[in-house]
Design a protein around this ligand. Structure first.
Ligand code: HEC
Length: 146
């Protein structure tokens, strides 16, 4: 009984109680995903565990490997977001997002590239900086478009 009560409470407490993506997509497969919310679930799946480490002064080799894997997915996802879900022009007419969405997707793509470089170089300070920058980009976009 206690456990049953605890689950929803944990969900509320843990801000990131996002349903899992339907499958483990490869970076190539992400470009075929049609729904924004599914792409976002992929983003959360890869980014949220790393955001929890964003202010770490150091990372283990496993964590750097996780950073490298995740940043490749996040880069592919951001490129897909920019090309698939946004069009230039009036978003109300097209049902798609406007160019501000493209800009923020491109920023996320840059953040992911910086994160990949930091992960490959095993540079903790750069990884921390890139994670904080990316988290800011997610939040900026959500404050406008979500
Ligand atoms: C360019 C804009 C943009 C960026 C950047 C962005 N998001 Fe989103 N996000 C959205 C929009 C729009 C929605 C609402 C989509 C919907 O419900 O159809 C959303 C929804 C979500 C959701 C809810 C998904 C669900 O199950 O309904 C999660 C989780 C999420 N985003 C995570 C992230 C994470 C993590 C990042 C950064 C790594 C990120 N997003 C970056 C625009 C963005």
């Amino acid at each position: 009984m206690r456990l049953l009560l605890l689950c929803p409470l944990l969900c509320i407490a843990m801000a990131s109680c996002v349903p899992k993506p339907k499958k483990n997509y490869t970076a190539e497969e992400i470009a075929g995903v049609e729904q924004v919310h599914e792409v976002m679930r992929v983003n959360a799946h890869y980014a949220d565990p790393l955001f929890a480490l964003r202010d770490n002064a150091s990372f283990s080799d496993e964590q750097f490997a996780q950073i490298v894997d995740a940043s490749k997915m996040l880069q592919a996802s951001a490129a897909h977001m920019a090309s698939k879900f946004a069009v230039k022009g009036d978003s109300r007419e097209t049902g798609f997002y406007d160019e501000g969405f493209i800009d923020l997707s491109r920023t996320m793509e840059e953040n992911a590239k910086a994160l990949l470089a930091a992960g490959e170089a095993k540079n903790a300070a750069a990884a921390s900086e890139a994670l904080n920058a990316m988290r800011g980009t997610c939040q900026s976009c959500h404050s406008i478009y979500k």
